[in-house]
Design a binder for this molecule. Structure first.
Ligand code: ZN
Ligand code: ZN
Length: 129
């Protein structure tokens, strides 16, 4: 990974942690928008824009390790902070994601748009060589 990319990742991890801390302290739900944006782009760049299980580079999806069911069992703000922490999501292709959930219909899962992926690669000065 390029030095420049590493620096952008480090900076954005610090920003995301700061936003999560603010969400925890203020319970201001408007913070969720920038938190989610950083969550998703950091997860993608750290996964190298490919499925973390089979390395496929297309039809990518996000899997949240903190699943919605947890919402029923904990404080709402704590749930949001954990669910949207960049380290709590995994990038998986549609097929690997469906198999994780034992879902027989991977074609029904929404995938991350190629346009968004291209935008994030640019933002993080991602180079493939
Ligand atoms: Zn896969
Ligand atoms: Zn999932």
């Amino acid at each position: 990974m390029m030095m420049e990319t590493e620096e952008i990742i480090g900076k954005n991890i610090r920003i995301q942690k700061g936003l999560l801390q603010r969400l925890y302290q203020t319970e201001d739900l408007n913070l969720i928008i920038p938190i989610k944006r950083l969550e998703e782009e950091l997860a993608l760049v750290l996964a190298g824009f490919k499925c973390e299980k089979c390395c496929k580079e297309s039809e990518l999806t996000f899997h949240h390790m903190i699943m919605r069911i947890n919402k029923l069992f904990t404080n709402h703000i704590k749930y949001l902070c954990q669910r949207h922490f960049f380290g709590s999501i995994i990038v998986l292709c549609r097929d690997c994601h469906a198999s994780l959930h034992e879902n027989k219909h991977p074609e029904e899962m929404g995938v991350i748009s190629e346009k968004l992926i291209a935008k994030i690669k640019k933002r993080y000065k991602w180079r493939t060589e």
